[in-house]
Design a protein around this ligand. Structure first.
Ligand SMILES: Cc1cc2nc3c(=O)[nH]c(=O)nc-3n(C[C@H](O)[C@H](O)[C@H](O)COP(=O)(O)O)c2cc1C
Length: 370
Protein backbone atom coordinates (compact mmCIF):
# COMPACT_ATOMS: atom_id res chain seq x y z
CA UNK A 1 0.00 0.00 0.00
CA UNK A 2 0.87 3.70 -0.11
CA UNK A 3 3.33 3.20 -2.99
CA UNK A 4 4.13 6.92 -3.35
CA UNK A 5 5.76 6.87 0.08
CA UNK A 6 8.18 4.21 -1.11
CA UNK A 7 9.58 6.05 -4.14
CA UNK A 8 13.25 6.84 -3.52
CA UNK A 9 14.18 10.50 -3.31
CA UNK A 10 17.35 12.35 -4.27
CA UNK A 11 17.83 15.17 -1.81
CA UNK A 12 21.08 17.02 -2.42
CA UNK A 13 23.80 14.42 -1.86
CA UNK A 14 21.44 12.08 0.01
CA UNK A 15 19.48 9.27 -1.62
CA UNK A 16 16.63 8.34 0.67
CA UNK A 17 15.05 4.93 0.06
CA UNK A 18 11.56 6.17 0.98
CA UNK A 19 9.71 9.39 1.81
CA UNK A 20 8.81 8.51 5.38
CA UNK A 21 11.15 10.64 7.49
CA UNK A 22 11.55 10.57 11.25
CA UNK A 23 10.95 14.06 12.68
CA UNK A 24 13.29 15.45 15.36
CA UNK A 25 12.23 14.27 18.83
CA UNK A 26 13.75 15.40 22.12
CA UNK A 27 13.83 12.37 24.41
CA UNK A 28 16.10 13.48 27.26
CA UNK A 29 18.12 10.27 27.59
CA UNK A 30 21.71 11.51 27.30
CA UNK A 31 24.23 10.80 30.06
CA UNK A 32 24.69 13.50 32.71
CA UNK A 33 26.73 15.46 33.48
CA UNK A 34 28.08 16.30 30.06
CA UNK A 35 24.98 15.79 27.82
CA UNK A 36 26.65 12.77 26.21
CA UNK A 37 24.88 10.36 23.83
CA UNK A 38 25.03 6.74 24.96
CA UNK A 39 24.37 3.12 24.02
CA UNK A 40 20.65 3.28 24.82
CA UNK A 41 20.29 6.16 22.36
CA UNK A 42 22.18 4.11 19.75
CA UNK A 43 19.67 1.29 20.27
CA UNK A 44 16.72 3.67 19.90
CA UNK A 45 17.98 5.13 16.63
CA UNK A 46 19.05 1.71 15.29
CA UNK A 47 15.47 0.46 15.82
CA UNK A 48 14.17 3.31 13.63
CA UNK A 49 16.74 3.07 10.80
CA UNK A 50 14.16 2.04 8.19
CA UNK A 51 12.99 5.68 8.07
CA UNK A 52 13.95 7.27 4.74
CA UNK A 53 15.87 9.80 6.82
CA UNK A 54 16.25 10.19 10.57
CA UNK A 55 16.43 13.76 11.79
CA UNK A 56 18.03 13.51 15.24
CA UNK A 57 16.61 15.00 18.39
CA UNK A 58 17.49 18.68 18.88
CA UNK A 59 21.13 18.85 19.99
CA UNK A 60 22.80 21.77 21.77
CA UNK A 61 25.51 23.50 19.76
CA UNK A 62 27.01 25.12 22.86
CA UNK A 63 26.63 25.26 26.63
CA UNK A 64 24.88 28.62 26.18
CA UNK A 65 22.38 27.13 23.72
CA UNK A 66 21.20 24.10 25.70
CA UNK A 67 18.64 24.31 28.49
CA UNK A 68 16.83 20.98 28.43
CA UNK A 69 17.64 18.37 31.07
CA UNK A 70 19.45 15.37 29.59
CA UNK A 71 19.17 16.56 25.98
CA UNK A 72 22.46 15.89 24.15
CA UNK A 73 25.10 18.32 22.91
CA UNK A 74 27.68 18.41 20.14
CA UNK A 75 30.29 20.84 21.48
CA UNK A 76 32.64 18.42 23.33
CA UNK A 77 34.90 15.55 22.22
CA UNK A 78 33.06 13.25 24.61
CA UNK A 79 29.76 14.07 22.90
CA UNK A 80 31.30 13.45 19.47
CA UNK A 81 32.46 10.01 20.67
CA UNK A 82 28.98 9.30 22.04
CA UNK A 83 27.31 10.27 18.77
CA UNK A 84 29.67 7.98 16.83
CA UNK A 85 27.92 4.92 18.28
CA UNK A 86 24.55 6.35 17.20
CA UNK A 87 25.56 7.12 13.61
CA UNK A 88 27.36 3.78 13.34
CA UNK A 89 24.26 1.92 14.55
CA UNK A 90 22.03 3.66 11.99
CA UNK A 91 24.53 3.09 9.18
CA UNK A 92 24.91 -0.59 10.14
CA UNK A 93 21.19 -0.94 9.39
CA UNK A 94 21.48 0.94 6.08
CA UNK A 95 19.85 4.12 7.38
CA UNK A 96 20.63 7.84 7.08
CA UNK A 97 20.79 10.31 9.98
CA UNK A 98 21.25 14.08 10.09
CA UNK A 99 21.83 16.13 13.24
CA UNK A 100 19.33 18.76 14.31
CA UNK A 101 21.36 21.76 15.55
CA UNK A 102 19.82 23.67 18.45
CA UNK A 103 20.33 26.97 20.23
CA UNK A 104 17.38 27.60 22.53
CA UNK A 105 17.99 31.33 23.00
CA UNK A 106 15.66 32.82 25.63
CA UNK A 107 14.27 29.37 26.45
CA UNK A 108 17.46 28.49 28.37
CA UNK A 109 16.83 29.02 32.08
CA UNK A 110 19.65 30.84 33.97
CA UNK A 111 20.09 27.65 36.05
CA UNK A 112 21.91 26.18 33.03
CA UNK A 113 24.11 29.29 32.71
CA UNK A 114 25.51 29.70 36.20
CA UNK A 115 22.75 32.22 36.98
CA UNK A 116 23.41 34.41 33.92
CA UNK A 117 20.55 35.47 31.63
CA UNK A 118 20.03 33.66 28.33
CA UNK A 119 20.68 35.38 25.02
CA UNK A 120 18.00 36.26 22.45
CA UNK A 121 17.27 38.74 19.67
CA UNK A 122 15.87 41.19 22.23
CA UNK A 123 15.37 41.48 25.97
CA UNK A 124 12.10 39.55 26.17
CA UNK A 125 10.76 36.87 28.52
CA UNK A 126 9.09 33.69 27.30
CA UNK A 127 5.72 32.80 28.85
CA UNK A 128 5.41 29.62 30.88
CA UNK A 129 7.94 27.37 32.53
CA UNK A 130 11.34 25.95 31.72
CA UNK A 131 12.18 22.34 32.55
CA UNK A 132 15.27 22.38 34.75
CA UNK A 133 17.10 19.70 36.72
CA UNK A 134 15.20 21.02 39.76
CA UNK A 135 11.77 20.85 38.09
CA UNK A 136 9.70 23.57 36.46
CA UNK A 137 10.73 27.20 36.85
CA UNK A 138 9.46 30.43 35.28
CA UNK A 139 11.44 31.64 32.30
CA UNK A 140 13.55 34.73 32.97
CA UNK A 141 14.28 37.76 30.86
CA UNK A 142 16.86 37.31 28.12
CA UNK A 143 19.51 39.84 27.22
CA UNK A 144 19.67 41.15 23.65
CA UNK A 145 22.59 39.66 21.73
CA UNK A 146 25.25 42.15 20.72
CA UNK A 147 26.58 42.01 17.17
CA UNK A 148 29.71 40.38 18.68
CA UNK A 149 27.51 37.74 20.36
CA UNK A 150 25.89 36.99 17.00
CA UNK A 151 29.27 36.53 15.31
CA UNK A 152 30.34 34.22 18.15
CA UNK A 153 27.11 32.21 17.92
CA UNK A 154 27.61 31.75 14.17
CA UNK A 155 31.09 30.39 14.96
CA UNK A 156 29.58 28.09 17.61
CA UNK A 157 27.31 26.67 14.89
CA UNK A 158 30.31 26.22 12.61
CA UNK A 159 32.29 24.30 15.27
CA UNK A 160 29.25 22.17 16.06
CA UNK A 161 28.85 21.39 12.33
CA UNK A 162 32.50 20.29 12.20
CA UNK A 163 31.87 18.08 15.22
CA UNK A 164 28.80 16.60 13.53
CA UNK A 165 31.03 15.64 10.63
CA UNK A 166 33.55 13.99 12.96
CA UNK A 167 30.67 12.12 14.61
CA UNK A 168 29.68 10.49 11.30
CA UNK A 169 26.35 12.16 10.53
CA UNK A 170 25.12 12.29 6.92
CA UNK A 171 24.32 15.99 7.18
CA UNK A 172 22.80 18.61 9.46
CA UNK A 173 19.46 20.34 9.92
CA UNK A 174 19.37 23.84 11.41
CA UNK A 175 16.58 24.07 13.99
CA UNK A 176 15.03 27.41 13.08
CA UNK A 177 11.54 26.48 14.30
CA UNK A 178 9.36 26.31 17.41
CA UNK A 179 10.34 29.55 19.14
CA UNK A 180 14.05 28.84 19.66
CA UNK A 181 16.91 31.27 18.94
CA UNK A 182 16.72 31.55 15.15
CA UNK A 183 12.91 31.76 15.29
CA UNK A 184 13.24 34.47 17.98
CA UNK A 185 15.18 36.51 15.42
CA UNK A 186 12.80 35.70 12.55
CA UNK A 187 9.54 36.76 14.15
CA UNK A 188 8.51 40.26 15.09
CA UNK A 189 6.98 39.42 18.49
CA UNK A 190 10.46 38.55 19.81
CA UNK A 191 12.75 40.56 17.53
CA UNK A 192 12.48 44.24 18.54
CA UNK A 193 15.93 45.18 17.25
CA UNK A 194 16.66 48.33 15.31
CA UNK A 195 20.02 47.29 13.86
CA UNK A 196 20.77 45.20 10.76
CA UNK A 197 19.36 42.08 12.49
CA UNK A 198 15.91 43.59 13.12
CA UNK A 199 13.14 45.58 11.47
CA UNK A 200 12.50 44.38 7.92
CA UNK A 201 11.94 40.69 7.14
CA UNK A 202 15.25 40.72 5.24
CA UNK A 203 17.04 41.95 8.36
CA UNK A 204 15.29 39.44 10.62
CA UNK A 205 16.44 36.61 8.32
CA UNK A 206 20.08 37.80 8.41
CA UNK A 207 21.12 35.42 11.18
CA UNK A 208 19.44 32.53 9.35
CA UNK A 209 21.52 33.36 6.28
CA UNK A 210 24.74 33.68 8.30
CA UNK A 211 24.29 30.43 10.19
CA UNK A 212 23.29 28.48 7.07
CA UNK A 213 26.30 29.90 5.25
CA UNK A 214 28.57 28.62 8.04
CA UNK A 215 26.95 25.17 7.93
CA UNK A 216 27.34 25.08 4.14
CA UNK A 217 31.03 26.04 4.48
CA UNK A 218 31.50 22.87 6.53
CA UNK A 219 29.12 20.45 4.84
CA UNK A 220 28.35 21.78 1.35
CA UNK A 221 24.78 22.82 0.51
CA UNK A 222 23.91 19.27 -0.54
CA UNK A 223 23.95 18.04 3.06
CA UNK A 224 22.36 20.97 4.87
CA UNK A 225 18.69 21.32 5.74
CA UNK A 226 16.58 23.63 7.87
CA UNK A 227 13.35 23.39 9.86
CA UNK A 228 10.86 26.26 10.12
CA UNK A 229 7.47 26.58 11.83
CA UNK A 230 5.80 29.33 9.82
CA UNK A 231 2.19 29.24 11.05
CA UNK A 232 1.06 30.15 14.51
CA UNK A 233 2.51 31.03 17.87
CA UNK A 234 5.03 28.68 19.52
CA UNK A 235 6.45 29.21 23.01
CA UNK A 236 5.45 32.88 22.91
CA UNK A 237 7.10 33.48 19.55
CA UNK A 238 4.74 34.85 16.91
CA UNK A 239 4.58 37.00 13.84
CA UNK A 240 2.19 39.68 12.62
CA UNK A 241 2.79 38.78 8.95
CA UNK A 242 3.88 35.14 8.49
CA UNK A 243 3.68 35.27 4.69
CA UNK A 244 6.21 38.12 4.49
CA UNK A 245 8.52 36.76 7.19
CA UNK A 246 8.56 33.18 5.99
CA UNK A 247 8.50 34.16 2.33
CA UNK A 248 11.76 36.01 3.07
CA UNK A 249 13.13 33.01 4.99
CA UNK A 250 12.25 30.68 2.11
CA UNK A 251 14.05 33.04 -0.27
CA UNK A 252 17.22 32.78 1.83
CA UNK A 253 16.97 29.00 1.86
CA UNK A 254 16.44 28.98 -1.91
CA UNK A 255 19.29 31.40 -2.64
CA UNK A 256 21.72 29.33 -0.60
CA UNK A 257 20.59 26.13 -2.31
CA UNK A 258 19.88 24.29 0.95
CA UNK A 259 19.06 20.64 0.17
CA UNK A 260 15.91 20.24 2.25
CA UNK A 261 13.40 22.35 4.12
CA UNK A 262 11.11 20.81 6.72
CA UNK A 263 8.00 22.68 7.87
CA UNK A 264 6.13 21.96 11.09
CA UNK A 265 2.63 23.18 10.30
CA UNK A 266 -0.15 22.31 12.70
CA UNK A 267 -3.74 22.76 11.55
CA UNK A 268 -6.73 24.04 13.54
CA UNK A 269 -7.30 20.54 14.97
CA UNK A 270 -3.59 19.84 15.54
CA UNK A 271 -2.76 17.47 18.37
CA UNK A 272 0.75 18.83 19.00
CA UNK A 273 0.04 22.52 18.80
CA UNK A 274 -2.94 23.86 16.86
CA UNK A 275 -3.60 27.15 15.13
CA UNK A 276 -6.04 28.94 12.84
CA UNK A 277 -3.15 30.68 11.08
CA UNK A 278 -3.10 29.26 7.55
CA UNK A 279 -0.29 26.98 6.46
CA UNK A 280 2.44 28.80 4.55
CA UNK A 281 3.68 25.73 2.67
CA UNK A 282 1.79 26.55 -0.58
CA UNK A 283 3.58 29.94 -0.72
CA UNK A 284 6.93 28.47 0.34
CA UNK A 285 6.64 25.71 -2.27
CA UNK A 286 6.56 28.42 -4.96
CA UNK A 287 9.71 30.11 -3.62
CA UNK A 288 11.84 27.13 -2.60
CA UNK A 289 12.73 24.60 -5.30
CA UNK A 290 14.58 22.03 -3.14
CA UNK A 291 13.15 19.05 -1.24
CA UNK A 292 10.14 20.10 0.83
CA UNK A 293 9.29 17.96 3.85
CA UNK A 294 5.96 18.58 5.60
CA UNK A 295 5.06 17.63 9.15
CA UNK A 296 2.31 17.37 11.74
CA UNK A 297 -0.58 15.01 12.27
CA UNK A 298 -0.24 13.11 8.99
CA UNK A 299 -1.90 9.78 8.25
CA UNK A 300 -0.25 7.65 5.55
CA UNK A 301 -3.19 8.39 3.21
CA UNK A 302 -2.85 12.17 3.71
CA UNK A 303 0.89 11.88 3.06
CA UNK A 304 0.25 10.05 -0.21
CA UNK A 305 -2.27 12.73 -1.23
CA UNK A 306 0.19 15.60 -0.58
CA UNK A 307 3.06 13.86 -2.37
CA UNK A 308 0.91 12.86 -5.34
CA UNK A 309 -0.44 16.42 -5.66
CA UNK A 310 3.10 17.83 -5.59
CA UNK A 311 2.56 19.73 -2.34
CA UNK A 312 5.47 17.91 -0.66
CA UNK A 313 8.35 15.60 -1.55
CA UNK A 314 8.43 13.76 1.76
CA UNK A 315 6.57 13.74 5.09
CA UNK A 316 8.08 13.48 8.57
CA UNK A 317 6.44 11.76 11.50
CA UNK A 318 7.20 12.44 15.13
CA UNK A 319 4.98 10.66 17.63
CA UNK A 320 4.22 7.71 15.35
CA UNK A 321 7.94 6.94 15.15
CA UNK A 322 8.14 6.92 18.95
CA UNK A 323 5.72 4.01 19.32
CA UNK A 324 6.31 2.34 15.93
CA UNK A 325 10.02 1.82 15.29
CA UNK A 326 9.13 0.07 12.01
CA UNK A 327 6.68 2.74 10.84
CA UNK A 328 7.51 2.34 7.10
CA UNK A 329 6.80 -1.40 7.25
CA UNK A 330 3.48 -0.72 9.01
CA UNK A 331 2.46 1.82 6.38
CA UNK A 332 3.39 -0.63 3.62
CA UNK A 333 1.25 -3.36 5.14
CA UNK A 334 -1.58 -1.11 6.29
CA UNK A 335 -0.97 -2.40 9.84
CA UNK A 336 -2.25 -0.67 12.99
CA UNK A 337 -0.25 2.28 14.29
CA UNK A 338 0.44 1.93 18.02
CA UNK A 339 -0.17 4.89 20.36
CA UNK A 340 2.48 6.48 22.62
CA UNK A 341 2.28 5.24 26.22
CA UNK A 342 2.59 7.11 29.51
CA UNK A 343 2.62 10.51 27.86
CA UNK A 344 4.28 12.88 28.56
CA UNK A 345 6.36 11.09 31.24
CA UNK A 346 7.92 8.54 28.89
CA UNK A 347 8.56 11.13 26.17
CA UNK A 348 11.24 12.89 28.18
CA UNK A 349 11.67 10.54 31.13
CA UNK A 350 14.68 8.53 32.12
CA UNK A 351 15.30 4.94 31.15
CA UNK A 352 14.20 2.48 28.50
CA UNK A 353 10.43 2.48 29.17
CA UNK A 354 8.53 4.16 26.34
CA UNK A 355 11.85 4.55 24.56
CA UNK A 356 13.42 1.31 23.36
CA UNK A 357 10.72 -1.14 24.47
CA UNK A 358 8.20 -0.51 21.66
CA UNK A 359 8.08 -3.73 19.57
CA UNK A 360 8.37 -4.09 15.83
CA UNK A 361 5.81 -6.23 14.02
CA UNK A 362 6.56 -9.94 14.35
CA UNK A 363 6.53 -12.31 11.36
CA UNK A 364 3.10 -13.52 12.52
CA UNK A 365 1.79 -9.93 12.69
CA UNK A 366 3.10 -9.31 9.19
CA UNK A 367 1.51 -12.47 7.84
CA UNK A 368 -1.82 -11.54 9.46
CA UNK A 369 -2.00 -8.09 7.85
CA UNK A 370 0.04 -8.72 4.72
C1 LIG B 1 8.29 14.20 22.53
C2 LIG B 1 8.48 15.21 21.45
C3 LIG B 1 9.73 15.82 21.29
C4 LIG B 1 9.93 16.74 20.25
N1 LIG B 1 11.18 17.26 20.06
C5 LIG B 1 11.43 18.06 19.00
C6 LIG B 1 12.76 18.47 18.70
O1 LIG B 1 13.74 18.09 19.37
N2 LIG B 1 12.94 19.30 17.64
C7 LIG B 1 11.89 19.72 16.85
O2 LIG B 1 12.11 20.46 15.88
N3 LIG B 1 10.62 19.30 17.10
C8 LIG B 1 10.38 18.47 18.13
N4 LIG B 1 9.11 17.98 18.34
C9 LIG B 1 8.06 18.23 17.33
C10 LIG B 1 7.99 17.05 16.35
O3 LIG B 1 9.16 17.00 15.55
C11 LIG B 1 6.77 17.17 15.41
O4 LIG B 1 6.80 18.41 14.78
C12 LIG B 1 5.45 16.99 16.15
O5 LIG B 1 5.48 15.83 16.96
C13 LIG B 1 4.27 16.90 15.17
O6 LIG B 1 4.47 15.79 14.29
P1 LIG B 1 3.61 14.42 14.49
O7 LIG B 1 2.17 14.81 14.36
O8 LIG B 1 4.07 13.52 13.38
O9 LIG B 1 3.93 13.89 15.85
C14 LIG B 1 8.86 17.09 19.39
C15 LIG B 1 7.61 16.49 19.58
C16 LIG B 1 7.41 15.57 20.58
C17 LIG B 1 6.07 14.90 20.74
Amino acid sequence: MHESLFQPLTMGALETPNRIFMAPLTRGRSTQPGSVPNEMMATYYRQRASAGLIISEATGISVEGLGWPAAPGIWSDEQVEGWKQVTQAVHDEGGLIVLQMWHMGRLVHPDFLGGNPPVSASATTAPGHAHTFEGRKDYEQARAATVEDIARIVEDYRKAAENAKKAGFDGVQLHAANGYLIDQFLRDSTNLREDEYGGSAENRTRILREVLTALIDVWGKDRVGVRLSPNGETQGCDDSDPATTFGAAAKVVEELGVAFLELREPGPDGTFGSTDVPKQSPLIRKIYSGTLVLNSDYSAAEAVADIDAGRADAISWGRDFIANPDLPERFKLGADIAPNVDVPRSWYGKGPHGYIDYPKLTDEDQAAVG
